[in-house]
Design a protein around this ligand. Structure first.
Ligand SMILES: NC(=O)c1ccc[n+]([C@@H]2O[C@H](COP(=O)([O-])OP(=O)(O)OC[C@H]3O[C@@H](n4cnc5c(N)ncnc54)[C@H](O)[C@@H]3O)[C@@H](O)[C@H]2O)c1
Length: 596
């Protein structure tokens, strides 16, 4: 029989604590909510009220249920009020000495059988537990932000946590409607260990002006389907909390430089820019605690204003190549009303591409997404050629040939001979330096990267890569073209992986290293990222879709360019590739897909 928890204490009513109070009260459990002062208590009460009022407004909570929820919550200043609760969850700031003091005090105040839990994200639960005389009754219960929404709870058992305490807490999580993964005490547990290197890397991109906050966030949302971008997430987490988590992970987690907090973060915390809770972090919010972003001096001008940046008029576009990407890109441009000249290496290839474009457009018609007349008009706008000479009068060329530098360089040298002056020359390379291609021409200022995602007609994102020689006009043109295609163009520097792959693949690689270290299972890691962070797929699911060989290749390039030891491909990933387990395409990767 699992133990009954009828009254629970929550210590600290900040970002997490207030949400944790709501989770318990929503599930019929009485809560004693404790803060350090009357004013902090008021702040915590306001967070709770704001959240439940929003739930009512959205129709997710009945008014009567909200009122019943509030009746279950009592508020108090100081820990003494917690003398008769069954369980305490601590959610005070991420400082070991503070938490140890609180646990020593809780140990004195609470009944001997009370379970003491910490919501720490990165500190050692074991070190917190030894501040009490009952380390066997101390456990980590790590909720995710926002606690009422995110389904995951990481249950952290130390080497001394009693098995029945673990079982009781697991049963409690089920009662709260949460999914728990139980793990041992390691810095960052599952989700944060995989998340924070990525978040810190995104901050480094802002700090180095590699890309703007809006573009980084848009890239990860649109390119990976994440619920929010990394900088918006940092603001939600709280920059002070994020700083402490990174700092602890760096010190506890093997001094991985990727966890050393980026200096900008410390500066922002010192300046009081803590994220949503202070009204300003990477973004500016309507008021402290508000989720509504308002424009500030860093907000980019609207698309129309950006056109004044010298974007050139584009009506006719040449697309070179006959593979998956070229085919998709031809469709995208033709559908958007551009006149398209497709150049392949021969009539046969052109016929194949033409068929593929027709098939794809027809699918749109069958699904009711495209009128027959629009399909015919799109097809009518495409002309098919086997010679680059037909690109003499286009305004933009998009190259999507094989991913080999020598081939692309030769092609760009020819384009340079053939195309009229002022044409923007774009490469869709996903891994080669754009500047190498640019320097094969006499007009590097007009060369950009236009990194489409597969399948191009579906994916809403394009990375616009600007080299150190690209002119502002060429960049503005590329961005305006993306907008005209109905895509979001994000601008970034010419570095391996651009934005999306540079942020995504090291995280996937880290997940493999975590599995390799036997810290957790592929299923639990996938669960943790989906239910704790709202990712559409877990890392192992995604690796099997992307292809393990592709992942190793990208990871090797990132490693070679940045020489970051943490980027070295996980040996397990390389072994699986060597063994021919490449993912879904070979019916086996991290999982066996032969029966699906
Ligand atoms: N922010 C997140 O996304 C997130 C997610 C999961 C876990 N966590 C963890 O949750 C914990 C709390 O983080 P947060 O982001 O909610 O912090 P926060 O700064 O938003 O809130 C901390 C609260 O604790 C209160 N407090 C400080 N000292 C206290 C004391 N002695 N007694 C009672 N209350 C006290 C403060 O007044 C404040 O309201 C940390 O351990 C953090 O690592 C945070």
């Amino acid at each position: 029989m699992a133990r009954e928890f009828s009254t629970v204490g929550v210590v600290g009513l900040g970002t997490m604590g207030a949400g944790i109070v709501e989770v318990f009260a929503r599930n019929g459990i009485d809560v004693l909510a404790v803060e350090i002062s009357e004013s902090a208590l008021e702040r915590g009460r306001a967070i709770l009220t704001g959240s439940t009022d929003r739930a009512v407004a959205k129709g997710k909570l009945a008014e009567a249920d909200r009122d019943a929820l509030h009746e279950r919550v009592r508020f108090a200043v100081g820990l003494d009020a917690l003398h008769s609760v069954d369980l305490v969850i601590e959610a005070v700031p991420e400082h070991l000495d503070l938490k140890q003091r609180i646990f020593a005090e809780l140990d004195r105040v609470c009944r001997p059988d009370t379970i003491l839990a910490t919501n720490t994200s990165s500190l050692s639960v074991t070190e917190i537990s030894v501040a009490t005389t009952r380390p066997n009754q101390v456990i980590g219960i790590h909720f995710f932000n926002p606690a009422p929404v995110m389904k995951l709870v990481e249950v952290v058992r130390t080497v001394v946590t009693a098995p029945e305490v673990v079982a009781d807490v697991e049963a409690l999580c089920a009662r709260l409607g949460k999914v728990d993964v139980t793990i041992s005490d390691r810095a960052g547990f599952i989700a944060n260990a995989l998340l924070f290197g990525y978040l810190n890397h995104a901050v480094a991109m802002v700090e180095s002006h590699y890309a703007t906050r809006e573009d980084i966030d848009a890239a990860m949302k649109l390119g990976c389907g994440l619920p929010m971008g990394p900088l918006a997430l940092m603001d939600l987490i709280g920059l002070d909390t994020a700083y402490e988590i990174l700092d602890t992970m760096y010190r506890r987690g093997g001094r991985d430089r990727r966890h050393a907090p980026v200096p900008l973060l410390k500066q922002m915390v010192t300046a009081g820019l803590l994220g949503r809770k202070s009204g300003r972090g990477f973004y500016t919010y309507q008021r402290p605690g508000s989720p509504v972003v308002v424009p500030d001096e860093a907000t980019p001008p609207a698309a129309e204003a950006a056109l004044a940046d010298g974007a050139r008029a584009i009506t006719k576009v040449g697309i070179v190549g006959s593979g998956t990407m070229a085919t998709g890109i031809i469709e995208v441009f033709a559908k958007a009303g551009y006149e398209v000249v497709s150049v392949t290496r021969g009539a046969e290839k052109s016929a194949t591409v033409c068929e593929a474009v027709k098939t794809s457009l027809n699918k749109g018609v069958v699904r009711g997404k495209l009128a027959e007349a629009d399909r015919d008009a799109a097809l009518g706008r495409i002309s098919w050629s086997a010679t680059l000479d037909h690109l003499a009068d286009v305004d933009l060329v998009v190259e999507a040939v094989v991913e080999e530098l020598s081939v692309k360089k030769a092609l760009f040298a020819s384009l340079d001979e053939i195309c009229k002056p002022g044409v923007v020359l774009a490469t869709t390379t996903s891994s080669l330096p754009v500047v190498d291609v640019a320097m094969a021409t006499q007009r590097p200022a007009d060369v950009v990267g236009l990194h489409f995602f597969n399948p191009a007609p579906v994916m809403p994102l394009v990375e616009v890569v600007r080299t150190i020689r690209t002119s502002p006009e060429a960049t503005a043109t590329a961005r305006a073209v993306c907008a005209a295609l109905g895509k979001t163009g994000v601008v970034c520097g010419d570095r391996s992986g651009f934005i999306v792959n540079a942020l995504l693949f090291p995280y996937l690689n880290d997940a493999v290293k975590m599995l390799e270290a036997s810290y957790s299972t592929a299923d639990d890691i996938d669960h943790a990222m989906k239910l704790g962070c709202g990712y559409p797929m877990g890392p192992f699911e995604l690796l099997d879709v992307v292809g393990l060989d592709v992942a190793v290749a990208i990871q090797r390039e990132l490693y070679l360019e940045l020489r970051e030891p943490g980027f070295a491909p996980a040996p397990l990933l390389e072994h699986l590739v060597t063994a021919g387990y490449l993912g879904r395409k070979t019916r086996r990767g991290f999982r066996d897909h032969s029966h699906r």
